[in-house]
Write a new protein. Structure first.
Length: 293
C-alpha cells in the first residue's frame, strides 16, 4: 500500500496531492507513516475521490493524535469530534473566511486539521493556504532574531464571543457554550517544528491579540506587518474542492483562508482536528515556559 502512494507537489512553497490510497480503509502503520511524512514535508496535503463516513474520518484522524472537540461550535451528535462546516445558499458569511491557524486560541493548540468535502458549490469555494515557515525564512536575520525572543497573546474573543463577529452566527451551524469560556493564552511568535526543526511564524489575524508585555497599540505595527508579509502569494497554494476531496494541513506552520465567493450556493464540509499527544504538549509547554523565562 505504501509503495502505491503517488505524491505530486502543488506549489513551490507548500502543498502536495496524494493519490493511490483509500482513507476509509484500515491503513497499515507504514502507510500512515508515509502520509505523516508527506504532511510534515509539504505542510498541507490533498486527496481526491474519497468516500468517508463521519466515523471513518474520525478513525483516520485518530491515527495522527487525539481529536479535538471544538469549544465554541457543536460537533455532530453521533460524532462530537466532527464539526460540520455548512454555508447555506441564504448565508452571507462563511466559516473560516479570513487568514488564521486553527485553534491557536487554546492552551494546547491543534497540530492538524482534516477537512472533507461533502457538497461543494458549482463555482467558487476554494481554500488558500500560506506557509508560515516560508514566511519566516523570508524575513531578515535581524527580525528573525527579534521575533524568536517574543511571545504573543492569543484569544478567541474576536471570533467566538457574543460581542464578536464570529462566522458561526447563523442557523446552518450550531454553537456550543461560548460565552464565559474565552480565555487568553501565550505562545511563542516563532514555533520550532518538533519533527523537522524548521521555524515558522506563529501569529495570525484572527486570534493573535497582541505581543506579550507590549501595549495593544505598540503591538499593532509589528503584527500588521507580519500579517501582510505572511500572506504574500509566493508563500501560498490554492485548492479547488470537489465532493470527496480531503485537505490535511499542519496548523503549526500553515494559515488557511476559506474563500466566500459562491453566493447563493451550498457548501458542506466536515472537519476533524488533531490535538498534540500529551507528551508533545508537555514538551511544547516547557519550551514556551523557557522562552518566557
Amino acid at each position: 500500500m505504501t509503495q502505491s502512494l503517488k505524491i505530486r507537489r502543488a506549489a513551490g512553497a507548500l502543498g502536495a496531492e496524494i493519490s493511490g490510497v483509500d482513507l476509509s480503509a484500515d491503513l497499515p502503520d507504514a502507510t500512515i507513516a508515509a502520509i505523516r511524512a508527506a504532511l510534515v514535508e509539504h505542510q498541507v496535503i490533498f486527496f481526491r475521490d474519497q468516500a468517508l463516513t463521519p466515523a471513518q474520518q474520525v478513525a483516520f484522524g485518530a491515527r495522527f493524535g487525539p481529536l479535538n472537540i471544538h469549544p465554541y461550535v457543536a460537533g455532530m451528535a453521533s460524532q462530537p469530534e466532527v464539526m460540520e462546516v455548512v454555508k447555506e445558499p441564504q448565508d452571507k458569511i462563511n466559516f473560516g473566511g479570513g487568514w488564521h491557524s486553527d485553534m491557536s486560541f487554546l492552551e494546547r493548540p491543534a497540530i492538524g486539521s482534516i477537512l472533507y468535502a461533502v457538497a461543494t458549490p458549482e463555482v467558487g469555494g476554494d481554500t488558500l493556504f500560506a506557509s508560515q515557515a516560508a514566511a519566516f525564512d523570508a524575513l531578515s536575520p535581524g527580525l528573525q532574531k527579534t521575533l524568536e525572543g517574543l511571545n504573543a497573546v492569543h484569544s478567541a474573543a474576536r471570533e467566538y464571543s457574543s460581542q464578536g463577529h464570529s462566522a458561526q452566527k447563523r442557523s446552518s451551524m450550531a454553537i456550543a457554550e461560548a460565552d464565559g469560556m474565552v480565555g487568553e493564552y501565550v505562545h511563542p511568535m516563532v514555533l520550532v517544528h518538533p519533527e523537522t526543526g524548521r521555524k515558522a511564524l506563529y501569529v495570525n489575524p484572527a486570534f493573535t491579540m497582541k505581543i506579550e508585555g507590549w501595549k495593544t497599540s505598540e503591538s499593532k505595527a509589528l503584527l500588521d506587518y507580519l500579517f501582510q508579509h505572511s500572506r504574500y502569494e509566493g508563500f501560498t497554494t490554492r485548492f479547488s474542492w470537489k465532493p470527496g476531496s480531503v485537505a490535511f494541513w499542519d496548523n503549526r506552520s500553515v494559515w488557511h483562508f476559506a474563500l466566500n465567493d459562491y453566493p447563493g450556493q451550498r457548501r458542506h464540509m466536515r472537519r476533524v482536528t488533531v490535538d498534540p499527544w500529551p507528551v508533545e504538549a508537555s514538551q511544547a509547554s516547557a519550551r514556551s515556559a523557557a522562552t518566557v523565562s
